[in-house]
Design a protein around this ligand. Structure first.
Ligand SMILES: Nc1ncnc2c1ncn2[C@@H]1O[C@H](COP(=O)(O)OP(=O)(O)O)[C@@H](O)[C@H]1O
Ligand SMILES: [Mg+2]
Length: 225
Protein backbone atom coordinates (compact mmCIF):
# COMPACT_ATOMS: atom_id res chain seq x y z
CA UNK A 1 0.00 0.00 0.00
CA UNK A 2 1.30 3.43 -0.84
CA UNK A 3 0.67 6.54 1.28
CA UNK A 4 0.16 8.70 -1.79
CA UNK A 5 -3.06 10.68 -1.30
CA UNK A 6 -5.83 9.92 -3.75
CA UNK A 7 -6.31 12.90 -5.98
CA UNK A 8 -9.95 13.63 -6.82
CA UNK A 9 -9.44 16.87 -8.71
CA UNK A 10 -6.48 17.93 -10.75
CA UNK A 11 -6.94 21.25 -12.50
CA UNK A 12 -4.15 23.01 -14.37
CA UNK A 13 -4.36 26.39 -16.03
CA UNK A 14 -8.13 26.58 -16.45
CA UNK A 15 -9.54 29.51 -18.39
CA UNK A 16 -13.21 30.28 -18.90
CA UNK A 17 -14.89 33.18 -20.69
CA UNK A 18 -18.52 34.00 -21.44
CA UNK A 19 -20.15 36.09 -24.13
CA UNK A 20 -18.06 34.76 -26.98
CA UNK A 21 -14.83 35.51 -25.10
CA UNK A 22 -15.74 39.08 -24.12
CA UNK A 23 -16.05 38.35 -20.37
CA UNK A 24 -13.16 36.36 -18.93
CA UNK A 25 -14.27 34.79 -15.67
CA UNK A 26 -11.50 32.33 -14.79
CA UNK A 27 -7.84 33.10 -15.48
CA UNK A 28 -5.25 30.36 -15.27
CA UNK A 29 -6.76 28.50 -12.31
CA UNK A 30 -4.91 25.49 -10.91
CA UNK A 31 -5.88 23.44 -7.89
CA UNK A 32 -5.89 19.94 -6.50
CA UNK A 33 -8.25 18.23 -4.11
CA UNK A 34 -7.37 15.03 -2.28
CA UNK A 35 -9.74 12.39 -0.90
CA UNK A 36 -11.43 13.37 2.36
CA UNK A 37 -10.48 17.06 2.26
CA UNK A 38 -12.97 19.85 2.97
CA UNK A 39 -11.93 22.83 0.85
CA UNK A 40 -13.54 26.28 0.77
CA UNK A 41 -13.68 28.44 -2.34
CA UNK A 42 -14.00 31.75 -0.62
CA UNK A 43 -14.72 34.97 -2.47
CA UNK A 44 -17.10 37.84 -3.08
CA UNK A 45 -20.14 37.60 -5.28
CA UNK A 46 -19.12 37.64 -8.95
CA UNK A 47 -15.57 36.41 -8.29
CA UNK A 48 -16.08 33.20 -10.27
CA UNK A 49 -16.89 30.58 -7.59
CA UNK A 50 -19.93 29.08 -9.29
CA UNK A 51 -18.23 29.07 -12.67
CA UNK A 52 -15.31 27.15 -11.19
CA UNK A 53 -17.55 24.67 -9.33
CA UNK A 54 -19.43 23.98 -12.56
CA UNK A 55 -16.14 23.10 -14.26
CA UNK A 56 -15.04 20.95 -11.32
CA UNK A 57 -18.32 19.03 -11.57
CA UNK A 58 -18.22 18.59 -15.32
CA UNK A 59 -21.41 20.68 -15.69
CA UNK A 60 -19.51 23.00 -18.01
CA UNK A 61 -16.16 22.73 -19.80
CA UNK A 62 -13.11 25.01 -19.59
CA UNK A 63 -11.99 26.93 -22.69
CA UNK A 64 -8.40 25.97 -21.95
CA UNK A 65 -6.48 23.93 -19.41
CA UNK A 66 -6.25 20.38 -18.13
CA UNK A 67 -8.85 18.90 -15.86
CA UNK A 68 -9.28 15.47 -14.32
CA UNK A 69 -12.19 14.70 -12.01
CA UNK A 70 -12.11 11.42 -10.06
CA UNK A 71 -9.60 10.21 -12.62
CA UNK A 72 -11.93 10.98 -15.53
CA UNK A 73 -11.63 13.43 -18.41
CA UNK A 74 -14.83 15.54 -18.37
CA UNK A 75 -14.51 16.33 -22.07
CA UNK A 76 -15.90 12.83 -22.71
CA UNK A 77 -19.69 12.87 -22.43
CA UNK A 78 -19.93 9.36 -20.98
CA UNK A 79 -17.52 10.43 -18.24
CA UNK A 80 -19.66 13.44 -17.37
CA UNK A 81 -22.66 11.17 -17.03
CA UNK A 82 -20.75 8.73 -14.80
CA UNK A 83 -19.49 11.62 -12.69
CA UNK A 84 -23.00 12.96 -12.14
CA UNK A 85 -24.53 9.57 -11.41
CA UNK A 86 -21.89 8.01 -9.21
CA UNK A 87 -18.78 9.96 -8.36
CA UNK A 88 -20.10 13.42 -7.50
CA UNK A 89 -22.83 14.96 -5.43
CA UNK A 90 -24.04 18.55 -5.85
CA UNK A 91 -25.67 20.85 -3.33
CA UNK A 92 -26.87 24.23 -4.60
CA UNK A 93 -27.85 27.43 -2.85
CA UNK A 94 -31.49 26.70 -3.60
CA UNK A 95 -32.12 23.05 -2.93
CA UNK A 96 -33.32 22.08 -6.48
CA UNK A 97 -35.50 19.34 -5.01
CA UNK A 98 -38.87 18.43 -6.53
CA UNK A 99 -41.36 20.39 -4.38
CA UNK A 100 -44.44 18.16 -4.96
CA UNK A 101 -42.63 14.97 -4.01
CA UNK A 102 -41.92 13.77 -0.49
CA UNK A 103 -38.50 13.69 1.12
CA UNK A 104 -38.26 9.91 0.58
CA UNK A 105 -39.34 10.21 -3.07
CA UNK A 106 -36.75 12.93 -3.73
CA UNK A 107 -34.05 10.77 -2.19
CA UNK A 108 -35.00 7.86 -4.46
CA UNK A 109 -34.39 9.88 -7.64
CA UNK A 110 -30.57 9.58 -7.89
CA UNK A 111 -30.65 5.89 -6.94
CA UNK A 112 -33.30 5.15 -9.59
CA UNK A 113 -31.33 7.09 -12.21
CA UNK A 114 -28.39 4.81 -11.46
CA UNK A 115 -30.56 1.66 -11.54
CA UNK A 116 -30.03 0.70 -7.90
CA UNK A 117 -32.28 -1.87 -6.22
CA UNK A 118 -35.20 -0.51 -4.18
CA UNK A 119 -34.39 -2.36 -0.97
CA UNK A 120 -30.85 -0.98 -0.73
CA UNK A 121 -32.12 2.46 -1.70
CA UNK A 122 -34.61 2.52 1.16
CA UNK A 123 -32.04 1.41 3.70
CA UNK A 124 -29.65 4.08 2.46
CA UNK A 125 -32.18 6.89 2.52
CA UNK A 126 -33.32 6.01 6.03
CA UNK A 127 -29.73 5.99 7.23
CA UNK A 128 -28.96 9.39 5.69
CA UNK A 129 -32.22 10.95 6.87
CA UNK A 130 -31.44 9.77 10.40
CA UNK A 131 -27.99 11.33 10.21
CA UNK A 132 -29.51 14.76 9.51
CA UNK A 133 -32.42 14.38 11.94
CA UNK A 134 -35.09 14.07 9.23
CA UNK A 135 -36.46 10.58 9.92
CA UNK A 136 -39.86 11.88 10.98
CA UNK A 137 -40.08 14.03 7.82
CA UNK A 138 -39.59 11.27 5.22
CA UNK A 139 -43.26 11.32 4.20
CA UNK A 140 -43.51 15.14 4.08
CA UNK A 141 -43.53 17.04 0.83
CA UNK A 142 -40.58 19.35 0.17
CA UNK A 143 -42.86 22.37 -0.19
CA UNK A 144 -43.93 21.92 3.45
CA UNK A 145 -40.38 22.04 4.85
CA UNK A 146 -38.32 24.99 6.09
CA UNK A 147 -35.29 26.23 4.14
CA UNK A 148 -32.85 24.53 6.52
CA UNK A 149 -34.75 21.23 6.33
CA UNK A 150 -34.73 21.40 2.53
CA UNK A 151 -30.97 21.84 2.52
CA UNK A 152 -30.57 18.85 4.85
CA UNK A 153 -32.54 16.79 2.33
CA UNK A 154 -30.44 18.22 -0.51
CA UNK A 155 -27.28 17.04 1.26
CA UNK A 156 -28.76 13.55 1.67
CA UNK A 157 -29.75 13.46 -1.99
CA UNK A 158 -26.24 14.44 -3.03
CA UNK A 159 -24.80 11.59 -0.94
CA UNK A 160 -27.34 8.90 -1.91
CA UNK A 161 -25.15 7.14 -4.46
CA UNK A 162 -22.04 7.22 -2.27
CA UNK A 163 -19.96 9.78 -4.19
CA UNK A 164 -16.31 10.47 -3.41
CA UNK A 165 -16.70 14.20 -3.91
CA UNK A 166 -19.38 16.67 -2.87
CA UNK A 167 -19.55 20.06 -4.58
CA UNK A 168 -21.57 22.64 -2.67
CA UNK A 169 -22.37 26.08 -4.08
CA UNK A 170 -23.24 28.47 -1.22
CA UNK A 171 -25.32 25.77 0.52
CA UNK A 172 -26.03 28.12 3.43
CA UNK A 173 -26.46 31.22 1.25
CA UNK A 174 -30.22 31.54 1.59
CA UNK A 175 -30.52 30.47 5.24
CA UNK A 176 -30.55 32.49 8.43
CA UNK A 177 -27.50 32.42 10.65
CA UNK A 178 -28.60 29.61 12.94
CA UNK A 179 -29.89 27.19 10.31
CA UNK A 180 -26.89 28.06 8.12
CA UNK A 181 -24.60 26.94 10.93
CA UNK A 182 -26.62 23.74 11.44
CA UNK A 183 -26.57 22.85 7.75
CA UNK A 184 -22.83 23.56 7.45
CA UNK A 185 -22.01 21.38 10.47
CA UNK A 186 -24.21 18.53 9.23
CA UNK A 187 -22.58 18.70 5.83
CA UNK A 188 -19.10 18.57 7.35
CA UNK A 189 -19.92 15.77 9.83
CA UNK A 190 -21.66 13.66 7.23
CA UNK A 191 -18.82 14.15 4.75
CA UNK A 192 -16.35 12.92 7.35
CA UNK A 193 -18.51 9.93 8.24
CA UNK A 194 -18.89 9.00 4.59
CA UNK A 195 -15.26 9.76 3.72
CA UNK A 196 -16.36 12.24 1.06
CA UNK A 197 -14.24 15.21 -0.01
CA UNK A 198 -16.04 18.56 -0.17
CA UNK A 199 -15.44 21.66 -2.24
CA UNK A 200 -17.71 24.40 -0.97
CA UNK A 201 -18.17 27.87 -2.43
CA UNK A 202 -18.98 30.52 0.14
CA UNK A 203 -18.65 34.26 0.63
CA UNK A 204 -18.76 33.80 4.41
CA UNK A 205 -15.43 33.86 6.14
CA UNK A 206 -16.64 31.90 9.21
CA UNK A 207 -17.53 28.88 7.07
CA UNK A 208 -14.37 29.18 4.97
CA UNK A 209 -12.29 29.17 8.16
CA UNK A 210 -14.04 26.05 9.45
CA UNK A 211 -12.94 24.04 6.39
CA UNK A 212 -9.61 22.19 6.27
CA UNK A 213 -8.29 24.50 3.61
CA UNK A 214 -9.33 27.86 2.27
CA UNK A 215 -8.77 28.96 -1.31
CA UNK A 216 -9.34 32.61 -2.12
CA UNK A 217 -11.21 33.36 -5.35
CA UNK A 218 -10.62 36.90 -6.56
CA UNK A 219 -11.13 38.29 -10.07
CA UNK A 220 -11.18 34.79 -11.49
CA UNK A 221 -7.91 33.76 -9.88
CA UNK A 222 -7.53 31.20 -7.11
CA UNK A 223 -4.82 31.36 -4.48
CA UNK A 224 -4.04 29.55 -1.25
CA UNK A 225 -3.93 31.91 1.67
N1 LIG B 1 -23.62 32.30 -18.30
C1 LIG B 1 -22.97 33.46 -18.11
N2 LIG B 1 -22.87 34.36 -19.12
C2 LIG B 1 -22.20 35.54 -18.96
N3 LIG B 1 -21.59 35.90 -17.81
C3 LIG B 1 -21.66 35.04 -16.78
C4 LIG B 1 -22.35 33.78 -16.87
N4 LIG B 1 -22.24 33.15 -15.67
C5 LIG B 1 -21.52 33.98 -14.88
N5 LIG B 1 -21.18 35.10 -15.55
C6 LIG B 1 -20.36 36.21 -14.99
O1 LIG B 1 -19.17 35.64 -14.51
C7 LIG B 1 -18.75 36.27 -13.30
C8 LIG B 1 -18.57 35.23 -12.22
O2 LIG B 1 -19.83 34.66 -11.90
P1 LIG B 1 -19.99 33.47 -10.87
O3 LIG B 1 -19.09 32.36 -11.25
O4 LIG B 1 -21.44 33.17 -10.80
O5 LIG B 1 -19.46 34.13 -9.52
P2 LIG B 1 -19.81 33.80 -8.00
O6 LIG B 1 -20.38 32.44 -7.93
O7 LIG B 1 -18.49 33.95 -7.28
O8 LIG B 1 -20.78 34.86 -7.56
C9 LIG B 1 -19.79 37.32 -12.99
O9 LIG B 1 -19.33 38.56 -13.45
C10 LIG B 1 -20.99 36.86 -13.79
O10 LIG B 1 -21.79 37.94 -14.16
MG1 LIG C 1 -22.18 31.77 -7.17
Amino acid sequence: MSDTPVQLIRARGLWKAYDGGRVTVLRDVSLEVQAGEVVALWGASGSGKSTLLHLLGGLDLPDQGELEICGLDPRVEANRLALRRRHLGFVFQLHNLIPDLTVAENLCVPAMADGRPARATHARLRDLAAAVGMTDRLGHRIQDLSGGERQRVAICRALMNGPRLLLADEPTGSLDEVSGETVFNLLKDLARREGVAVVMATHERRFADACHRRLRVRDGKVSAE
